[in-house]
Design a protein around this ligand. Structure first.
Ligand SMILES: *[C@@H]1O[C@H](CO)[C@@H](O)[C@H](O)[C@H]1NC(C)=O
Ligand SMILES: *[C@@H]1O[C@H](CO)[C@@H](O)[C@H](O)[C@H]1NC(C)=O
Ligand SMILES: *[C@@H]1O[C@H](CO)[C@@H](O)[C@H](O)[C@H]1NC(C)=O
Ligand SMILES: *[C@@H]1O[C@H](CO)[C@@H](O)[C@H](O)[C@H]1NC(C)=O
Length: 435
């Protein structure tokens, strides 16, 4: 640092300040501020500060209250700045067990927020408070009128104080590991008229949130059951501009899907959606799927480009492949996991849903996972190859083929398919036992 200082002296303030802002790490800024008067002055001009406990002292300090240690550093430095736009204060206890009641004092946090309330645009606050709600903090946050981007981690929001103002400029809201009620979440969303991006990660206390957000484009409920212990029963959203939804461990989704482009569902979701006319990407994975929920979604999505199904299906029964895929004229790439592939049956005859009426004119890339190398599986592959003239890659993952040693027919049949469709590059992943 000292070596660099000599060179920094010749830089104009504006440039030096820009470099200082890029440091982000508060400790480095602090060291700089100690070196000379000029840096002390410049430290007041930085607009970006990041205080991260694990970078600053996690390994060095071994006191009972680490939060108060970081608190002192933040107070000393932050209150000497003017015009902070991006602020990250992260006390993330990485040591287990956590020290109980080791979190920032609400009054201190309120002072920080008051100090930056004219300039703050982006805030990450990780404060491992699992003991009591701190409603004042929310009030101070709502007074930061330029706040556009907010990530809160830990804490409790059982209710939003009635005097909470609107988050007029807030576009992005990420909530991690917060104990929050359905009503509080809905109120926060109501108070944020410009909200475009909402991510709720492993928050406790949610049962059936019902959100209304006119500008919301992206919604994610990443529900890690290890941390939050309960499924979310349903998520209802009234958001006409919603283009991307990603859910995990949510039992039911109620939306108007008319603008939706991307839908990502991990673990069984019953979808109460009337139409998905614009959807291009559908990604279905995880446990406990009911086959009819899955096929319902695929049937709704008439404009699909990418379909990725890697779901564990609870009750498997045969479904005719053309009844599920015949409408997918835009489909470009498709992945079919083992369970879904096992359910698919090639149809017979040339009726309205017969093979000859199915066409996947744009399908270029197909991958399937084969668990059972039966004759019916070869028929399905053969059907797909016949109705997809643009197909150039077919990947068959037969690594978990059951009883594959008994059944060499499967592999000779695959070779037959390759012979009949020489323009398709077929890649076969064989079981280890076979090699
Ligand atoms: C701000 O910096 C001055 C020196 O420039 C120092 O005396 C003062 O203690 C600092 N303020 C805070 C709140 O730490
Ligand atoms: C910002 O904080 C100051 C005190 O530091 C306070 O006087 C002012 O009212 C606050 N601004 C808003 C918009 O609440
Ligand atoms: C969600 O709230 C709206 C009113 O804001 C209501 O009309 C709708 O029925 C609710 N949806 C559910 C599933 O409760
Ligand atoms: C082996 O091949 C036969 C004939 O193709 C098929 O009927 C049978 O289901 C296959 N067995 C396994 C375990 O894949």
């Amino acid at each position: 640092m000292m070596g660099a200082m000599g060179n920094f002296d010749v830089l104009p303030d504006s440039v030096a300040c820009l470099i200082l802002s890029k440091l982000k790490n508060a400790q480095m800024v602090a060291q700089c501020a100690m070196v000379c008067h000029r840096w002390k002055m410049l430290s007041q001009l930085v607009d970006t500060l990041a205080f991260e406990s694990f970078k600053l002292f996690e390994k060095k300090v071994d006191k009972n209250s680490k939060a108060s240690c970081l608190e002192a550093i933040v107070t000393h430095m932050l209150l000497n700045t003017s015009g902070i736009r991006n602020l990250k204060i992260s006390y993330h206890p990485v040591v287990w067990p956590w020290i109980p009641n080791d979190y920032f004092c609400e009054e201190k946090v309120c002072n920080w927020l008051r100090h930056v309330n004219m300039s703050l645009e982006q805030l990450t606050l990780v404060d491992p408070n699992r003991a009591k709600p701190q409603p004042e903090k929310l009030l101070r946050l709502s007074e930061c009128k330029k706040l556009q981007w907010l990530n809160l981690c830990y804490g409790m929001i059982p209710e939003v104080p009635s005097s909470c103002q609107r988050f007029e400029q807030l576009r992005t809201l990420y909530l991690d590991l917060i104990a929050i009620s359905d009503e509080s979440l809905a109120t926060l969303v109501d108070l944020s008229p410009l909200l475009e991006d909402l991510k709720v990660n492993s928050c406790k206390g949610l049962h059936s949130p019902n959100l209304s957000a006119l500008n919301l484009a992206s919604l994610e409920f990443a529900n890690n059951l290890d941390v939050s212990t309960a499924m979310i029963h349903s998520v209802s959203v009234n958001a006409p501009k919603l283009v991307k939804v990603s859910l995990s461990h949510v039992e039911k989704l109620v939306i108007d899907g008319s603008a939706l482009l991307e839908l990502d569902l991990l673990c069984h979701v019953r979808a109460d959606i009337r139409e998905l006319p614009a959807l291009t990407n559908l990604n279905i994975g995880g446990e406990s799927w009911a086959l009819d929920s899955l096929t319902h979604l695929i049937r709704l999505a008439t404009n699909l480009c990418c379909l990725h199904v890697d779901a564990v299906i609870d009750w498997k029964y045969p479904v005719q492949i053309q009844s599920i895929l015949h409408h997918l004229l835009e489909l470009h790439s498709m992945h079919i996991g083992a369970d879904f592939f096992e359910c698919l049956q090639a149809g017979v005859g040339t009726g309205p849903l017969g093979i000859s009426t199915m066409s996947l004119p744009r399908l270029a890339s197909l991958s399937v996972v084969v668990g059972c190398g039966s004759h019916s599986c070869i028929l399905v592959l053969s059907t797909l190859l016949k109705c997809a003239p643009m197909l150039h890659t077919l990947t068959i993952d037969a690594e978990d083929l059951r009883k594959s040693m008994d059944n060499i027919t499967f592999f000779t049949d695959i070779l037959g398919l390759q012979r009949d469709h020489p323009h398709v590059k077929v890649t076969l992943v064989c079981p280890n036992s076979l090699v």
